[in-house]
Write a protein that binds this ligand. Structure first.
Ligand code: NAD
Length: 385
């Protein structure tokens, strides 16, 4: 059994005491934390026209129990109170056993825009050769294949008057898979042109990640929700009413979902994943015919003693590829926190998003965001406090 991460008073430790608590004595990691993991040369090799690195606070949130296992959650954010909120939401959830999470399928989908006079005939030709076309692509990425990934199948996407959109699903194993999917799509394009007589223009993945839906759920003891002089029962009812508001009003849903992304994007950034890809995947999933919808769903247990919250969104996170393994600090943290599989990282990020959401909704239903969360902001901005 892993050591419990429920640590009352963790927030009162110094950064060095927190590092010792989480990682034990690790001089190499200490040196990486001291430098932020970037030096100007590394930054200059990674991105263009660099002046120097910009450091952000790197935190770890305690109290998480995910699928029955205690976990530390790495978070990187510039916003005060987000990490405290995650720890608080995780503590509430832990009282009922913690988060139950399930990572989505590690699949990225590339789209190819085939301009062709008869899209139906073109798809018939492609479909007849689909298995062979997919098999021809697999050797292009032996490392991905060695980890159980690779191109999986073709599917017909949208059809317009003189255009056929072809989808190529790619199993990405522990990678986010954007480069892999794009590489396969570019290799597939001339084969589709030869087969159909058409011309491929666009060949790039969709950031919607329709098959990568990660789920997280938790229950909260109603009694423990008491806040700002308001009883747990009243806070629970107010939280349900707030959730209903977000279901009916897209303007409210945007901020409701932003509170979820506070946690998810902090984990995304701390693990050097692609924040824009995660934000767009979440927004695409939340978008309904009438505008944005809540990413979460709330209900009450039959006996009334617990509030249940569930979250589902596509999470294109990887633990290899991009900066994730290239950044020495991130790589060490992923190893030390046993987050080296993409599935575990997705579960962890979803749990963190839900923890932040729980804390935000409870504060809003209780004493209010300004009085609670914003008091922390104010204190941080006053150097005399
Ligand atoms: P990548 O190409 O850097 O690494 C993935 C590769 O690592 C795989 O293709 C495989 O060859 C290898 N690999 C080794 N071990 C593996 C394992 N256990 N599981 C899976 N693969 C393994 O990265 P990527 O994940 O293909 O792409 C992510 C990067 O692409 C991010 O930096 C992202 O910002 C960027 N990107 C994003 C977009 C977009 O979102 N639209 C477009 C292009 C690039």
């Amino acid at each position: 059994m892993r050591p419990d991460t429920r640590r009352p008073g963790f927030h009162r430790l110094t950064p060095s005491e927190r590092r010792a608590t989480v990682f034990g004595e690790d001089p190499a990691l200490e040196a990486l934390f001291a430098s932020g993991g970037w030096d100007a040369d590394f930054a200059d090799r990674w991105v263009e026209d660099v002046l120097g690195p910009l450091a952000l606070p790197f935190s770890v949130a305690p109290n998480f129990v995910i699928n029955g296992e205690p976990r530390w959650v790495p978070m990187c954010t510039e916003e005060p109170s987000v990490v405290a909120a995650a720890a608080h939401g995780a503590r509430l959830a832990a009282a009922c056993g913690g988060f139950v999470c399930e990572a989505g399928e590690a699949v990225a989908t590339a789209q190819l825009q085939l301009v062709v006079s008869d899209p139906a005939a073109a798809w018939a030709s492609i479909e007849a050769r689909a298995d062979a076309l997919v098999a021809e692509l697999a050797p292009l990425d032996p490392a991905l294949f060695a980890h159980g990934g690779g191109p999986e199948r073709l599917e017909r996407g949208a059809v317009f008057a003189d255009e056929l959109i072809v989808h190529l699903h790619v199993r990405t194993a522990d990678a986010m898979g954007a480069n892999a999917a794009n590489t396969f799509a570019e290799a597939l394009a001339p084969r589709l042109e030869a087969l159909t007589g058409g011309a491929v223009i666009g060949r790039i993945l969709t950031n919607a990640y329709p098959r990568r839906l990660t789920r997280a759920a938790a229950e909260l003891p109603v009694e423990a929700l008491a806040h700002g002089g308001i009883s747990g029962e009243a806070v629970a009812e107010r939280m349900l009413r707030l959730a209903r508001w977000a279901e009916r009003d897209p303007l409210r849903a945007v901020t409701h979902d932003k509170g979820i992304l506070n946690g998810i994007l902090a984990v995304t950034l701390a693990t050097a994943n692609d924040t824009r890809a995660v934000a767009m995947a979440a927004a695409a999933h939340a978008c309904g015919p009438g505008g944005l919808r809540p990413l979460s769903a709330w209900s009450r247990s039959a006996d009334g003693a617990r509030l249940r919250c569930e979250l589902a969104l596509p999470l294109p996170l990887g633990t290899v590829g991009g900066l994730t393994v290239a950044h020495p600090l991130v790589r060490r943290v992923l190893e030390a926190l046993d987050l080296t599989s993409a599935a575990r990282l997705c579960e962890t990020a979803a749990a963190c998003g839900l923890a932040n959401h729980v804390a935000a909704l409870r504060a809003l239903a209780g004493e209010g965001i300004q009085a609670g969360h914003m008091a922390l902001h104010a204190r941080k901005q006053d150097p005399t406090s």
